[in-house]
Design a protein around this ligand. Structure first.
Ligand code: TXA
Ligand code: MG
Length: 351
């Protein structure tokens, strides 16, 4: 299939005629990749089971991993769910449109092909003007996973999407680089106490400020043990996986730098290509390997923004081992460390 690449002239204020063709593709059961404020999404009609099947095929994704349905306004929520809990209402009011996905009990309108067989449906109202515009013009809820091939880091630029999806989808809307760079926060609001299923830019602290107590799905913290299924089925797959073996090094700065240097030297001596994921503060202290700074330690937004692009760059450079510094778990740090820990397959060295 020929994939059309359409550049949006001003992504902050897209013109309707720039989005019409994409909306038509979605209405007619095709696949369109588009920017959102978190990462690029791969959109199709969420009410069309056949379209959902095409998404799974294009991504190479297991079909028991449910899709998020994206809506353009609150009016879009009601037909998709059977109940909106008090906490669901409060969180939607506080953070929509934005980088928050809420899980509700699904209505009969939403096919099991979209929810991976679950009786719940994940819903998000994005704030990105291109995403919002396409969904509104399509006139249907839009199922959109991140627009990467399964197992690759989520795309934060149109070029990343092209790398993974050229020839596999109908259209790519190029809205430039996304703002946040990590996927949305997911919260299950089917019960009385909300449960955090995936950390993101709407942080634990922000959720608690609105609804008080929030539980955390154990799948976020560490590897799952047998018989303990994650509530977000996608969390059981080794997501965000760079091709290289990634190891996280945790501890005080000096100790981390010297451990990373030692580990890198060992692999380089054995003839491997080595990547080092450092920070503005430490980048000058790594004399060996391919060194990238993910940002300054104090600027979590920048770290979130750069992380997936650097992991992809290491893939492109055919790096075989990556050694990475660790970050604090507070605020946005929880989402950063969640993605890094999963990319590392939980491989961590403490110094
Ligand atoms: O920021 C985002 O959320 C991006 C943009 C495109 O909106 N989308 C995204 O979709 O990250 P995806 O498919 O890559 O990740 C969706 C996650 C998966 O881990 C999936 O298992 C979980 O959401 N999920 C979807 N429906 C669910 C449900 N009904 N209950 C629990 N988890 C669900
Ligand atoms: Mg994804």
């Amino acid at each position: 299939m020929d994939t059309k690449w359409i550049r949006i002239e001003n992504p902050q204020a897209p013109k309707e005629e720039e989005l019409q063709a994409a909306a038509r593709v979605i209405r007619e059961g095709g696949l369109v990749a588009f920017p959102t404020e978190t990462v690029y999404g791969l959109g199709a009609n969420a009410l069309d089971e056949e379209a959902a099947r095409k998404i799974y095929a294009a991504k190479g994704r297991p079909s028991d991993n449910p899709l998020i349905a994206h809506i353009a306004s609150l009016k879009g929520l009601e037909p998709l769910v059977t109940d909106v809990s008090k906490v669901g209402k409060e969180l939607a009011q506080a953070f929509w449109p934005g980088p928050l996905t809420l899980v509700f009990p699904k209505s009969g309108l939403v096919p099991y092909g979209t929810t991976g067989g679950l009786d719940t449906v994940a819903i998000r109202m994005p704030s990105d003007p291109v995403a919002k515009g396409v969904i509104a013009l399509a006139g249907v809820p839009v199922a959109a996973p991140s627009a990467n091939r399964s197992g690759r880091p989520s795309p934060t630029t149109a070029r990343h999407v092209w790398q993974d999806m050229e020839g596999r989808i109908d259209m790519l809307l190029d809205g430039g680089q996304v703002g946040i760079g990590l996927e949305s926060t997911i919260v299950d609001v089917t019960g009385t106490i909300p449960v955090l299923l995936r950390p993101g830019a709407v942080t634990m602290e922000m959720l608690e400020a609105v609804v008080g107590a929030v539980e955390v799905d154990p799948a976020i913290q560490g590897p799952l043990t047998a018989g303990m299924p994650p509530k977000a089925p996608g969390m059981k797959y080794r997501h965000y996986a760079p091709k290289a073996e990634l190891t996280l090094v945790e501890g005080a700065e000096e100790a981390v730098v010297s451990k990373v240097n030692q580990l890198a030297k060992e692999k380089l001596a054995a003839g491997f290509r080595v990547g080092i994921l450092g920070t503005e503060e430490t980048r000058g202290r790594y004399p060996h390997g391919i060194v990238r700074s993910v940002g300054a330690r104090g600027q979590e937004e920048a770290i979130a923004h750069n992380l997936f692009a650097i992991l992809r760059e290491f893939d492109d450079l055919q790096v075989e081992y990556i050694f990475s510094e660790s970050f604090s778990q507070d605020h946005l740090g929880q989402a950063i460390m969640n993605r890094l820990t999963k990319a590392a397959g939980y491989r961590k060295v403490q110094v």
